[in-house]
Ligand binder design. Structure first.
Ligand SMILES: NC(=O)c1ccc[n+]([C@@H]2O[C@H](COP(=O)([O-])OP(=O)(O)OC[C@H]3O[C@@H](n4cnc5c(N)ncnc54)[C@H](O)[C@@H]3O)[C@@H](O)[C@H]2O)c1
Length: 437
């Protein structure tokens, strides 16, 4: 393909040399004459492993050149790839001025276009920016309607500086946030020869993956460092502990616990997070992440309560009281916390959880629920069908398959507030409301 790459910084210079290596005809565009001249001399404008040799080779074969003339580069290309900077603006938001300027320039160069063209945004932009900010600029400048001859795609970049050539060849995945089939196909063709999974999604999701990834990586580094500070304060060797910690690929380094749902609770997670915080505080070690996990969990519970309150004070039934389905462990169950607060706000509430049998509760478990909701026995309903019929709001935490069947059959016409993300409930015809989806 013929590709114009806008911005010859860390992303653009590496992408240009690597796309040329794949056999594409690349013209790099930059406002910096120095960078353009360097590329044309076969020199890389950035320092990176393997990039110097790759640039010389690409320029020698004639497949990689650079120019200051944006319009000519666009006109000579099938695809324009935008990799200019998106620095942080004074108010903390990403500054899209360079991306917007380049998209406008590309659009103007394409006014009156004859051949189809796809614009691929590779710079990191906040979720929503491609459709809300860049698409209107491109349409206005070009006079074209997107999806006909002109296409717009968001395609995030995952390379790490220092390893960017390797990362170009072996990315974790290629994500193509496309608004049209043609845009998707053009972006996919660009990566022919790069072995990795290609995922098609919409631009907003593609934009989010990039920010989520970097936020997650930042959180991982900060978590490891915070954990090390706490452990070392107790005389434990943190590197040994964290190395073994990462070997659990079932629960620790895995997709486990990464599906949005309800707040965490139960007898272990809150207690042990509090233990980490207390060790840190006793030794004057800063542990903002451990504390924030507890605070964020509270915020999630508050979001669920707001969702119920937004429906007005109407009869409600809560499915699920124990912290997990199939157990009667009520200690620090987030459903108990939810029920307690709704009752406190005067909600007429019934609760269905067949695994919680008041007559069998003992010890700490019994003491916990009696401390939180002393009259909980009176609220428990044993007939799920009747409980659904009597309620106007169904709050779904968890249920047996039979009880869920009662909700699916008798729930339509009522409000369902889903704390878990259950697809059957979403499709059952009720007034379905997720907590954060
Ligand atoms: N650096 C990384 O490792 C990395 C990884 C993934 C994503 N990203 C994202 O990619 C984008 C680019 O990052 P970078 O590190 O390559 O930036 P950079 O600052 O190194 O390079 C940006 C280039 O764009 C050029 N430029 C600015 N305005 C221009 C215009 N109107 N026309 C042509 N060129 C113009 C600049 O002269 C500069 O050479 C950013 O959004 C960044 O967040 C970077």
């Amino acid at each position: 393909m013929k590709v114009a790459i806008f911005g010859l910084g860390y992303v653009g210079a590496v992408s240009g040399a690597c796309f040329a290596e794949l056999g594409h005809e690349v013209v790099g565009v930059d406002v910096s004459r120095a960078k353009v001249d360097m590329i044309n001399r076969g020199e890389s404008p950035i320092v990176e492993e393997a990039i110097a040799d790759l640039t010389v080779a690409a320029v020698k074969t004639g497949l990689f050149r650079a120019t200051l003339d944006a319009a000519a580069a666009v006109k000579a290309s099938d695809v324009s790839l935008v990799s200019v900077g998106t620095p942080t603006a004074a108010d903390g938001t990403p500054d899209l001025a360079y991306v917007e300027a380049v998209v406008r320039e590309i659009g103007e160069a394409l006014a009156g276009m004859v051949h189809p063209h796809t614009v691929i945004i590779r710079s990191t932009v906040p979720p929503g920016a491609t459709l809300e900010r860049l698409a209107p600029i491109l349409e206005k400048a070009s006079g074209e309607t997107l999806g006909e001859r002109l296409h717009l795609v968001f395609n995030p970049e995952f390379l790490r500086e220092g390893k960017s050539v390797k990362d170009f060849h072996r990315p974790p995945f290629t994500i193509i946030g496309a608004m049209s089939d043609r845009g998707y196909d053009d972006a996919r063709r660009l990566y022919a020869g790069v072995e990795c999974e290609i995922i098609r999604t919409d631009p907003g999701v593609a934009e989010s993956i990039k920010l989520l990834s970097n936020a997650w990586h930042g959180l991982k580094v900060a978590f490891a460092n915070e954990a090390a500070r706490i452990l070392v304060a107790r005389g434990i060797e943190p590197r040994a502990a964290l190395e073994i910690f990462t070997r659990d690929t079932v629960l620790n380094i895995s997709p486990a616990y990464l599906t949005p749902g309800f707040a965490f609770g139960g007898s272990c997670l809150p207690k042990d997070l509090r233990a980490m915080v207390s060790i840190a505080e006793a030794r004057q070690v800063a542990a903002p992440i451990m504390k924030a996990a507890l605070a964020s969990n509270e915020a999630h519970l508050a979001t669920a309560i707001s969702a119920v309150r937004a429906c007005g004070r109407r009869p409600a039934v809560l499915f699920g009281l124990a912290f997990k389905p199939g157990t009667d462990d009520l200690r620090e169950s987030p459903f108990v916390a939810l029920a307690e607060r709704l009752i406190g706000k005067g909600y007429p509430l019934r609760i269905v959880d067949p695994f919680v049998d008041a007559s069998r509760l003992m010890g700490k478990n019994k003491a916990y629920i009696e401390g939180e909701i002393p009259h909980f026995v009176e609220l428990m309903a044993t007939d799920a069908e009747q409980a659904v019929d009597e309620a106007e709001i169904i709050i779904f935490g968890h249920a047996t398959s039979i009880d869920k069947g009662a909700i699916l059959e008798r729930g339509p016409g009522k409000i369902i507030i889903d704390l878990t993300g259950d697809e059957d409930l979403a499709a059952c015809g009720a007034d379905y409301r997720g907590v954060a989806w």
